[in-house]
Design a protein around this ligand. Structure first.
Ligand code: WQD
Length: 369
């Protein structure tokens, strides 16, 4: 299979999307981004170019469910492959807003697939999630373990995987990698790119970072009655740059057509209390916490068996938990309020005007010389 050259990254201004854009640009790919900034800000793309030392070919403010606007992007750029991040990703939030999760995550994926087919683009890397495994008896989890999602976010990802499998069965020209990442955390080592949640962080790592920085009083540990060694939730944290590398390798390594499911995880389980301690060590700051009730939709433990990715790609994550916390802390120190210079706000951020026509952040073409 030829090396992809122009990669369309949906959700490219998001946490994992922006780090993947840096990884792709740094390895010579041309990158076009579409993002509706529902959970990101345009500043992230300026940071991408600063860190990568190269420009994006173009970026557009649009919702992937807007098929006409998305088709315009494919008509303007010679897209060879797509990495699809655009979506909602917080377990707790999905329990509160299931319809939005299915509409965004599933509706966005079917719209993308239809437009890709219309333009003869048949190569896709899909952002899936370990949460499709649900409450599993045995750890670590491999790709043959049954999916048993227990919250709307996880069910939306599982539904997308089923759709992609059906498309690959029906359209043999498609090559799809569905990457089930465990818990991506950390930041680019430069300190200029990281996780910039809108409002109150749903995920534990950015919340801990803001407590260590003195921006929030304490971490609330969601339950200390889980069936785990220290009774708090166990997850498999993986450095976001390892996740970004996995996406690049999925695009670059030769692969047969069809559907490929791969876990991206470190294989190491870390409890909430262990993560708090690791962050304290990395930052040198106290990280006060209180025990609270379990969060609806949570599961006790999720740890990856990453041997399939190692066997197929001869690759495994290389950055350890200390590095994840150090890189996260460096970004937090350099960017106390993330990419938003205004004061930290607990309010939800302004919803982007969904009726606004797609904006072009940049001149349509730039020489990549
Ligand atoms: C981790 C642990 C919580 C917040 C995430 C993403 C999802 C997917 C999988 C990629 C759990 C506990 C949390 C807090 C806490 N990633 N916690 N206090 O739920 O595992 O899912 O990774 O697709 O997109 O949402 O991550 O960081 O929310 O929770 O005690 O304030 O921390 O109970 O045990 P989760 P998380």
């Amino acid at each position: 299979m030829s090396q992809p050259r122009t990669i369309l990254v949906t959700g490219g201004a998001g946490f994992i999307g922006s780090h993947t854009c840096v990884e792709l640009l740094s390895h010579g790919h041309d990158v076009v981004v579409v993002d509706n900034h529902q959970n990101s800000v345009p500043e992230a793309l300026h940071r991408v170019e600063k860190v990568a030392g190269r420009s994006l070919t173009a970026s557009y403010v649009l919702d992937v469910r807007d098929r006409d606007a998305l088709s315009g992007v494919f008509a303007t750029h010679p897209v060879d492959a797509v990495v699809h991040f655009a979506g909602r990703k917080a377990v707790g939030e999905s329990v509160r807003m299931p319809v939005e999760y299915y509409d965004t995550n599933v509706g966005g994926t079917t719209a993308l697939l239809e437009v890709m087919s219309r333009h003869g683009v048949h190569r896709l890397v899909f952002s899936s999630s370990c949460s499709v495994y649900g409450v599993a008896e045995r750890m670590p989890l491999n790709e043959n373990d049954p999916a048993a999602p227990v919250n709307p976010y996880a069910r939306s990802k599982w539904t997308c995987e089923q759709i992609l499998a059906d498309v690959c069965a029906h359209r043999p020209e498609f090559t799809v990698h569905a990457l089930r990442y465990f818990n991506p955390v950390g930041a680019h080592p430069s300190g200029n790119l990281g996780e910039d949640p809108c409002g109150v962080p749903d995920n534990v790592m950015p919340y801990i970072a803001q407590v260590a920085a003195g921006l929030r009083e304490h971490v609330t540990v969601f339950g200390d009655d889980w069936p785990t060694p220290d009774r708090t939730g166990v997850r498999d944290y993986i450095h976001v740059m390892d996740v970004a590398e996995g996406h690049r390798i999925a695009l670059e390594r030769p692969a047969p057509t069809g559907m490929h499911l791969l876990n991206l995880g470190s294989g190491q389980g870390t409890s909430v209390l262990q993560l708090i301690e690791a962050y304290h060590r990395a930052s040198g700051r106290p990280v006060p916490y209180r025990i609270g009730p379990r969060r609806p939709g949570d599961v006790p433990e999720l740890v990856a068996d990453g041997s399939a990715a190692e066997a197929v790609w001869n690759w495994r994550p290389t950055r350890d938990l200390a590095r994840m916390c150090q890189d996260s802390w460096r970004f937090q120190l350099h960017n106390p309020r993330g990419y938003r210079p205004q004061s930290l706000s607990d309010r939800a951020v302004r919803e982007p005007d969904a009726t606004a026509p797609p904006q072009h952040h940049r001149a349509a073409f730039r020489s990549n010389a």
